[in-house]
Every structure is written in structure tokens, then in C-alpha cells.
Write a protein that binds this ligand. Structure first.
Ligand SMILES: *Cc1c(COP(=O)(O)O)cnc(C)c1O
Length: 391
């Protein structure tokens, strides 16, 4: 089932299980428990549950399992554990594997909540975290040492769209015996084949492109079966971060159109980036699909696309950015991404607000920076809306 060529078929059919009614659409099994025919059967299931045997929805559920199997097949991974949110997945992947005394190397440009876990939570439990410039292979090589337990990065970072060379960092990590944990949200399963390039655990916020319509929070951890049904499942099922069956049903439906949506969004993003290049009110433009992006060649080789997001700095700093945001008509001011509706975010005052000014500056999160998640509207309408807002 895995592999790029068959992806659209897998996105529609992967993981489906039908009940005795032969329903076409995936069924929502809104049940937390399961009826055992005998006491002996209950005992046997607690010893070892078979393929289609479930115990309790915090451990697994038929609708959730359909989603897990579909995403695992799309990723080219053996298995997947679905979680209540993207952050439950990031936290679960790290907590399942790490213990006091371990060393982790992480890219420094991260989604705000990921940064909180790596910078604040892990050190409280005796895990040492070294932060590096994710785009610099020499920095990874210098920081990874024998005994490094894990490396963590976003394949395309938020909000400055730095692209990390997955294969190169994975080779360095594996040489030291470290596990590679990758947050693949911005790049999406359509553009980034992280597991094939060496990631051991691929983590998603399915809240973003996989839902694709801004309805439900969800997450997932994909990887080899011994890791997913081993430490990851054990940690997740006892700590309560399970995905609900209703959410899994939303995500299953989202996946059917994922490839079509993400490609259409990326086409529009590329056109918008071209339209904004050289605009007098745009002082900096970041889009990995543009030749002047520092990792343009890597982005094209690794993803074959610049992706569905772009970031740009509006002249006039915070005031200029706010004035532009307040003049937008079609594009919403919000902080989700990967939605059918285009969304503009001001990272410095929202998603990255709590970072000290010096850290914002080091990460390129300037007062004028706006992140744009390109949706499915008519691209000419979007360009006109943004041009008008820039004045
Ligand atoms: C949104 C996001 C998360 C967190 O996902 P939630 O579903 O909001 O918990 C993690 N990483 C990245 C890169 C994200 O964009």
C-alpha cells in the first residue's frame, strides 16, 4: 500500500474495515467498551488482543484503528497510534522513549508548544536538551554525541519555514544510536516522506492539513510496529491521550481529499509568493519554493514543492503588520493552518508571544512577520485581497 504512486488510492481506501452491514462510508464506533462472550475470552484479550479485538477506547477503537492503519499505510510505516491532539503526539513520542539522564538534540526553530516541552518540561525530568540551527548539518554533527538518545525537529519549521535535511540528520543520529523523531506537520505526508528518509517516529498534528477543514483536534505517531505497539502504545494508553472515534471519522474523511487539497494549496502558495516578490510593502519574503530561499534546492529535492505556507515581513513592523491584517477581507486572522480557509497569523503577538524578545529575534520572528496558510479559495481572489490589504 505504501509509496508515492499509490498514495491517492491509499488515502481513500487504506485501513477500511466493514461491519456485517457492508457500509460504504467508514462507521463511527461510538463505544468505549467491548462485550466479551465469556470470562475466559476477556482474560485472553487482556493477555494479548488480536487484530480486530479491542478492550477499551483509551487503548484502541475500531474507527480509530481504521484511521491509524490508513495513515500508517500512507506514511510507509508499519503502524501508527492516534492521539487527542498534535501536542499529545509530540509529548507521547518523547515521554515514551526518554528517561532522566538522557540527552536530546533539537532544532531551535519549533512550534511554540513543542519548544515548551523541549525547553521547559524535559529538563525538569533530568533530560538534557541541546538546541541547534536545524538547517546546519555541522551543528547537528557537533551536538550529537555517543549516548544521545533522540533528535527532534520539524521538517519545515514554524513560522520561518526552515527546511531540515531529514536523511542527513537521520544518518548522523543513527550513527550515534539516537532515535529520530520528526514533526512533519508543515510539510504534510504528501510532500515529505520522512519515514522513508530515515525518521524513526513521524509525528503529526492531524488538526492541520489532515482534517483540512478546521473542525477537530487530533494527532498521530507513526513508526515501526515494535516502537508503536511497544513503548508508544504503553505510554499513551495509560496516560490518556487517545483520539476519539468521532475525531477519527473526521480524519478518515479528511484523508480522502488530502493529496488534492494540499497540492492545490501549494500551487496557490507559489503563485502568491511570486505576486508578493518585490512588493514595496513586503520587506522579506520566505517561501521554500522561491529560488532565493536558503534551502530552496533541499526543499525541491526533499518535497518537490515549496509547501502550503509562506511568511512575509510587512514594512512598518508591528503597526504595519496589524494594519495589513485588519484590512484583509477573505483571509481570516486566526492561528490554525492547513485549513480550506486561508489564515493569516502574527506569530510575534500570538503563537510565539511568550518567547523573550532576544529569542524571537534570533528565530527571525520579527514584529512585522506574518504567516500565511494558503487555503482553497480562488487564487486570484486571494492575491487581490492580500494586495489590497498591503495598500
Ligand atoms: C499545530 C502544531 C502542533 C500541535 O498540534 P495540536 O493539534 O494543535 O496539538 C505541533 N507541531 C506543529 C508543527 C504544529 O503546527
Amino acid at each position: 500500500m505504501a509509496g508515492k504512486g499509490k498514495m491517492r488510492t491509499t488515502l481513500v481506501h487504506g485501513g477500511i474495515r466493514r461491519s456485517q452491514f457492508g457500509e460504504m462510508a467508514e462507521a463511527i464506533f461510538l463505544t468505549q467498551g467491548f462485550d466479551y462472550p465469556t470470562a475466559e475470552a476477556a482474560e485472553a484479550r487482556f493477555v494479548a488482543a488480536g487484530e480486530d479485538e479491542f478492550i477499551y477506547a483509551r487503548y484502541g477503537n475500531p474507527t480509530v484503528r481504521m484511521f491509524e492503519d490508513r495513515l500508517a499505510a500512507v506514511e510507509g510505516c508499519e503502524d501508527c497510534f492516534a492521539t487527542a491532539s498534535g501536542m499529545a503526539a509530540v509529548n507521547g513520542a518523547l515521554m515514551a522513549l526518554l528517561k532522566a539522564g538522557d540527552h536530546v538534540v533539537s532544532a531551535r526553530a519549533l512550534f511554540g508548544s513543542c519548544l515548551y516541552i523541549l525547553e521547559q518540561v524535559l529538563p525538569r525530568f533530568g533530560v538534557e536538551v541541546t538546541f541547534v540551527d536545524g538547517t546546519d548539518p555541522a551543528a547537528w554533527a557537533a551536538a550529537i554525541r555517543p549516548g544521545t538518545r533522540a533528535v527532534f525537529f520539524e521538517t519545515m519549521s514554524n513560522p520561518t519555514l526552515e527546511v531540515v535535511d531529514i536523511a542527513r540528520v537521520a544518518a548522523l543520529a543513527h550513527a550515534a544510536g539516537a532515535v529520530v523523531i520528526v514533526d512533519n506537520v508543515f510539510a504534510t505526508p504528501v510532500f515529505s516522506r520522512a519515514a522513508e528518509l530515515g525518521a524513526d517516529l513521524v509525528v503529526y498534528s492531524t488538526t492541520k492539513h489532515i482534517d483540512g477543514q478546521g473542525r477537530a483536534l487530533g494527532g498521530a505517531i507513526c513508526g515501526r510496529r515494535e516502537m508503536i505497539r511497544g513503548p508508544v502504545e504503553t505510554f499513551m494508553k495509560h496516560t490518556g491521550g487517545a483520539m476519539s472515534p468521532f475525531t477519527a471519522w473526521i480524519m478518515l474523511n479528511g484523508m480522502a481529499t488530502l493529496d488534492l487539497r494540499v497540492r492545490a494549496m501549494a500551487q496557490s502558495a507559489a503563485r502568491i509568493a511570486e505576486a508578493l516578490a518585490g512588493h514595496p510593502a513586503v520587506t522579506r519574503l520566505i517561501y521554500p519554493g522561491l529560488p532565493d530561499h536558503p534551502q530552496h534546492a533541499l526543499a525541491m529535492a526533499q518535497m518537490g514543492s515549496g509547501g502550503t505556507l509562506l511568511s512575509f515581513e510587512v514594512a512598518g513592523g508591528r503597526e504595519g503588520a496589524f494594519a495589513m491584517l485588519n484590512r484583509l477581507g477573505i483571509v481570516s486572522i486566526s492561528n490554525n493552518l492547513g485549513d480550506a480557509k486561508s489564515i493569516a497569523t502574527h506569530p510575534a503577538s500570538t503563537t510565539h508571544q511568550r518567547l523573550p524578545e532576544a529569542q524571537k529575534a534570533a528565530l527571525g520572528i520579527t514584529p512585522g512577520l506574518v504567516r500565511l496558510s494558503v487555503g482553497l479559495e480562488d487564487c486570484d481572489d486571494l492575491i487581490a485581497d492580500i494586495r489590497a490589504a498591503l495598500g
